[in-house]
Write a protein of this length. Structure first.
Length: 76
């Protein structure tokens, strides 16, 4: 006998997403999204630049490292 499922439909940027889950089960709890701002990344990239001796030509590497560090510090 096939298990019963409940259909939940949501819309996401131009398309519909359908999630099937067993009847009687609850939808997953919403998670809080923490956004890293451009200003936070810029500040951290500047700190990295200073820490590494103010070497020119490392802008992109410093920016990407700042993003990586900030994402790693975010609560899970």
């Amino acid at each position: 006998m096939a298990s019963k499922t409940q259909k939940n439909s949501t819309t996401r940027s131009g398309g519909a997403t359908t999630t099937l889950r067993p009847v009687g089960s609850q939808a997953p709890a919403a998670t809080k999204t923490v956004k890293i701002t451009r200003e936070q990344i810029a500040q951290r990239a500047h700190e990295i630049w200073v820490k590494n001796g103010c070497k020119h030509g490392q802008d992109e590497q410093n920016w990407l490292e700042a993003e990586r560090q900030l994402k790693a510090e975010m609560p899970k």
